[in-house]
Design a protein around this ligand. Structure first.
Ligand code: R5P
Length: 342
């Protein structure tokens, strides 16, 4: 009886320093999106010159159905989904089903790209018997098979510690600062944190503008969800200066607009806002109209409704180039550090 001798397998290797699997992965990823933000996902696909699969439909009873159209065996599946209000729960369910489908289709690696990460504000146990929702959804994703998470300005960067898997958090300032810079007097500019938690973000923006000066509006807020700011104080000097108030989320707009009113009272010349995630709930649009803010620059992490897109004081800046670059680098194994530098 003769023994079968295994023939050498053909290899895709082109560089002796890289394994054949690395080379294989470089050329082989699939972009898949849910229904939350088709415009942003299409732009990312266009930049990457890659096909985009939209595998979600709904059954008549509203349950999510998913059928990925291309073979995923030994491929890197990149799932793009903003789990954004007002359909945050539906969008999470779509994402969960896509992860499950990708894992069962033998994807080699699954990256979940969440330009908006829903539930991110519930990031600590600040009262007895409450859920740590941000941790819960992150752990569901990992439990289903996600290998890596990519977000933009997650509410608290410590959230990355909820899971053991790699979690890259990009900064929207990379997209927003180049758009705002030509509109402001950079020699006479102060970056403002609209609350205590935003101070680190304000410092990063200031560095991106090449500034040292930041100011801060300090608010004391009721602990109830969506409660309005109670009392406000201001630290800094904005007299006759341009100011940019920076925040990760604009929800009802109270924080931003109350801050702007305070800055106006302190003599600010022109007031701009830079926002990563525009939720625009409640009467946020009316509030912005009535405020002294000249322009709110906000990213497209959330697919905006018509009246937001047409609002005269709101300008939407796309995250697609930043996310496309990050996805490409995650896929090829290049570093992301340069995406954090301006
Ligand atoms: C709070 O910690 C966040 O960073 C935002 O400042 C907050 O979510 C904004 O909410 P609103 O627009 O309702 O004042």
């Amino acid at each position: 009886m003769s023994l079968d001798v295994e023939k050498p397998r053909p290899t895709l290797q082109t560089d002796s320093r890289e394994s054949s699997q690395t080379v294989f992965r470089r050329n082989d990823f699939e972009l898949i999106t849910g229904q939350s933000n088709p415009g942003l996902a299409s732009q990312i696909a266009e930049i990457l010159e890659h096909k985009l699969d939209s595998p979600i439909t709904l059954f008549k009873d509203g349950e999510v159905d998913v059928k990925i159209s291309r073979n995923l065996r030994r491929k890197h599946a990149v799932l793009i989904q903003s789990t954004s209000p007002p359909h945050v729960n539906d969008y999470y369910m779509e994402l969960f089903m896509m992860v499950d489908a990708a894992r069962r289709a033998s994807a080699d690696e699954i990256t979940a790209v969440l330009p908006y990460f829903g539930y991110s504000r519930k990031d600590r146990k600040d009262q007895p018997r409450v859920a740590l929702s941000a941790s819960a959804v992150a752990n569901i994703l990992v439990g289903l098979g996600v290998d890596r998470v990519l977000t933009v300005d997650i509410h608290a960067e410590q959230a990355q510690g909820y899971i053991l898997q790699p979690w890259d958090n990009l900064h929207a300032s990379y997209a927003l600062v180049p758009r705002i810079a030509p509109q402001v007097d950079k020699n006479n500019l102060v970056i403002i944190a609209p609350d205590f938690g935003a101070a680190t973000r304000a410092r990063k923006y200031a560095a991106a503008f090449g500034l040292l000066a930041i100011g801060m509006v300090y608010k004391e807020r009721d602990v109830k969800p969506n409660s309005k700011s109670n009392s406000m104080f201001f630290i800094g000097d904005v007299k006759d200066k341009d100011v940019v108030i920076v925040d990760d989320i604009l929800n009802t707009g109270s924080t931003m607009c109350d801050g702007a009113t305070m800055l106006e009272a302190n003599g600010a010349r022109r007031i701009f806002a830079a926002v990563t995630h525009g939720v625009f709930s409640d009467d946020a649009l009316e509030r912005i109209s009535a405020s002294p803010i000249q322009k709110v620059y906000v990213t497209d992490s959330i697919n905006q409704r018509e009246e937001v897109r047409n609002h005269p004081k709101i300008e939407i800046v796309s995250l697609a180039p930043l996310l496309a670059e990050a996805i490409q680098r995650v896929h090829t194994g290049e570093g992301l550090t340069s995406l954090f530098q301006h």
